[in-house]
Design a protein around this ligand. Sequence first.
Ligand SMILES: Cc1ncc(COP(=O)(O)O)c(C=O)c1O
Length: 457
Amino acid sequence: MVQLQHRQAQATGARASRFRCVVPLATATLSPSNAIKSVAKAPAVRDAEYTKKVIGEEQKYVLQTYARAPVVISHGKGAKMWDIEGKEYIDMAAGIAVNALGHSDAQWFAALAEQAEKLAHTSNLYHTEPQVELAKRLVENSFADKAFFCNTGTEANEGAIKFARKWARVQAGVDPYSAEATAPYELVSFTSCFHGRTMGALALTYKEQYKTPFYPMMPGHRLAEYNKLDSARAVIEKGKTAAVFVEPVQGEGGITPSEIEFLKGLRQLCDEAGALLVFDEVQCGLGRTGKLWGHELYGVEPDMMTLAKPLAGGLPIGAVLLKQHVADAMKPGDHGSTFAGNPLVCHVACTVFDIINDPAFLAAVEQKGDRLREGLKRTMGSNPHVKEVRGVGLLVGVQLDMMAGGVVEAARDMGVMVITAGKGDVVRLVPPLVITDEEIDKCCEVLGAAIAKVAPQ
Ligand SMILES: Cc1ncc(COP(=O)(O)O)c(C=O)c1O
């Protein structure tokens, strides 16, 4: 019902309103609701002094682990957002590939309000329907037999590391709870990969500067060269390797798709070595490539897959999907998380999943990705500093032969938010999957102007 009314709202153009969400229409079927009262109003426009004040207080009170852009974002709608001074941006970052449905989507909000009114959190001491509903969707639409929920991408990889290590101990036939027992425990990852910043995931992550301040790293990590099967073959060893972690399309590393033969070869090497193949689809999964799962592009299935960013459209969630043989190794008490899979986030994630898991939606992502890459080639391609425009679906990178920070800043001044990747020499575009053709075209024009300004020919 909510969905139907939302579609009607779209048809009548009500959704395009800048300052009022169409939430009243979408939530009209809900029982008396405080949520209806919280409909977005146009926030007050502030001046540059106010922006300075907020940034100053952020520096005073928040731990300084981020180099933030000097803007204070106030609100958003679809692929657009506004800062507190009223300046409009096209958001090609989407909270780093998170806001798949864009900002303040009416169905997303309706799902949030509907569940918030009933039950937000119980911990995993009890059963709740939304968690089961989400697990059912993920399992029935993937290679997996079980889902484990957590709260972030790094936590999903942390879980997958533990599942792989315990699976290897069970496979080895030792008592997994014996401190004296030994079994394969090595984990392999690849150059330029990013798997997160907690200690296990960080050990797998490539960039040394993320790791050295926190030495020593978790032992048992082996690094191989991405897209080089011989390099992988040299470190994947029977009796030593527990699991191999790989992003089917590398995100942070520079928007680099795996080669088909590489992923197929990894599958074979893992099978021969009795090791697990784990796909990290935290960034490339759930529709971003134009396929539901990034690995569908390759016809290779993993034993485990990690997910996070877009799954609840902006609420924190992560998940590990597992084949039954891995799931069988885990017992109650082996792993857990207080917040994980709570009914609020899972109910919203079901809505996000249902919208994305529609062949028409996924085909549109593919088309929009083609349009974006073609547009960027047209507007930026003649600049000698542009070496390549690459990617799949709406996971797009522009490889420069210089640092991309200047282009990012110039584009922001002109009203387009993009981010960097790789060694800082790639412009990364990961917009909301609902971005319009018009917004894509405008973004391409702006980026063409931005690189012409920063690096005139
Ligand atoms: C492929 C991949 N894995 C893991 C992570 C870590 O996710 P989170 O920042 O939610 O911990 C990221 C984040 O960018 C990622 O791109």
